[in-house]
Design a binder for this molecule. Structure first.
Ligand code: TRP
Ligand code: SF4
Length: 405
């Protein structure tokens, strides 16, 4: 069910504040966000409440981690002119929607989320038998639905959360989209489109509802979307009317699966702070050179004269990210024939990482020295987010019978 044409969809994604970001974040997430921001209306936020669901015992780092993370976002090229950057807890509507959605969410839906048991197992040293931890995927649903986001860029591990969000939205619309007089209101709205468009809309609706014709659905949705003189409320009614449901108050989002990053850690495992194998975006160039120079290589190359196999070497994985075909051929040839040494082999990687990080580090330094600007960017992001969130909550309260107008 796709109720808003793609190009008009809002993109929303969040990241837990864990402090300074590394190349894994850059290649896995940030580059993708930077591309999206020019194509869509984007909302990116620091998920500080989410951090508290697992780090409630140690709140001392959340604020500083949030600022460090935002600096890295900006340094990586997230543009405040193109995307809204904000902090989750500064938009309390997320929490209000979470509470309201909790009324209609069966416990089983949350217990069944794969990360629930997994994370409890993984983080055994923490007591995660909390209400907040069980509810955190629903908090994520509220994060998404409060902006009526159509697309949510996430990694594989988060797809189940977007699925849950779709189910919750469907249930919400089913329960509360059936306002009194829905059909009459919908028909009145159809009439407002003008004779020709109204006829086209009715034909498409019939074809879709009677024969499941997807093209007709697409045509009618595009037609609806292009209407200038019907209100947003009427549009939401008509999107639902078209598909045979009630009014669609909370549209179902889709996950935009971010391809798994090829960027490995220094030891060839996934790059992650907890493995101590990262290159941070703001590591000093000397430190970066040293980290790469001391990277492990194919253990069979004990002496310079021993041939090696790039397939067994994490440095090769870096070449796969950073090097052109000629360089890669040079590595393959030179490694297998012991024609080059590992020190030689690592140099182009060092150079490429430094070149990539130079502009990022320069921007980061400017922001570090001007925290006032960083805070102002986030403050205006908070406000922009709140404006959207407030409107959604008004509708949601109305639908749930607690608007008190
Ligand atoms: N749960 C996500 C993570 O741990 C972060 C997140 C919170 C998020 N709310 C979101 C991602 C909403 C996308 C949309 O990575
Ligand atoms: Fe790894 Fe390069 Fe050394 Fe081969 S030559 S083992 S690919 S660092």
């Amino acid at each position: 069910m796709n109720t808003v044409p793609t190009q008009h969809q809002r993109v929303l994604s969040g990241m837990r504040p864990t402090g300074r970001l590394h190349l894994g974040h850059y290649h896995g997430v940030l580059k993708n966000w930077v591309n999206l921001q020019h194509e869509y209306e984007c909302f990116f936020f620091a998920a500080d409440w989410h951090a508290l669901t697992t780090h409630y015992e140690d709140p001392s780092l959340i604020e500083s981690s949030t600022w460090e993370m935002v600096i890295d976002w900006l340094a990586a090229g997230i543009s405040p002119g193109a995307a809204k950057i904000f902090i989750q807890s500064k938009v309390p509507e997320h929490a209000e929607l979470h509470t309201l959605l909790s009324m209609i969410t069966p416990l089983g839906w949350l217990e069944r989320v794969p990360t629930y048991k997994d994370q409890q197992e993984k983080l055994k040293e923490k007591d995660l038998a909390t209400y907040g931890f069980l509810g955190y995927p629903l908090l994520q649903s509220a994060d998404i639905l409060v902006y009526k986001a159509g697309m949510v860029p996430v990694g594989e591990d988060q797809v189940a959360h977007v699925e849950l969000t779709r189910e919750v939205a469907r249930r919400f619309n089913h329960l509360y989209g059936r306002e009194p007089g829905f059909e009459e209101k919908a028909e009145q709205a159809v009439a407002k489109m003008g004779k020709k468009n109204a006829r086209m809309f009715r034909e498409c609706r019939k074809k879709y509802q009677e024969g499941g014709d997807q093209d007709s659905l697409d045509v009618a949705q595009a037609l609806l979307d292009s209407q200038q003189n019907i209100s947003i409320g009427d549009k939401e009614r008509l999107f639902g009317y078209l598909e045979g449901s009630g009014k669609i108050i909370l549209p179902e989002p889709k996950s935009l699966l971010t391809p798994a990053s090829k960027m490995p850690g220094l030891d060839g495992q996934k790059m992650s702070k907890s493995y101590g194998n990262t290159i941070a975006l703001r590591d000093e160039p000397d430190e970066i050179s040293k980290k790469i120079r001391t990277m492990p290589t194919d253990t069979n190359r004990v002496r310079r004269t021993d041939p090696g196999d790039p397939a067994k070497c994490p440095v090769w994985q870096f070449h796969e990210v950073y090097s052109d075909e000629d360089t890669k051929d040079w590595v393959q040839e030179g490694c297998r024939s012991a024609g080059i040494g590992c020190v030689d082999c690592k140099q182009p990687v060092i150079d490429a990482v430094l070149v990539e990080l130079k502009p990022i580090q320069e921007r980061a330094r400017e922001y570090e020295e001007d925290m006032g600007t960083v805070k102002a960017i986030v403050e205006s992001g908070n406000e922009a987010a709140r404006d959207v969130a407030r409107d959604t909550l008004e509708e949601v309260r109305k639908a749930m019978g607690i608007a008190y107008l």
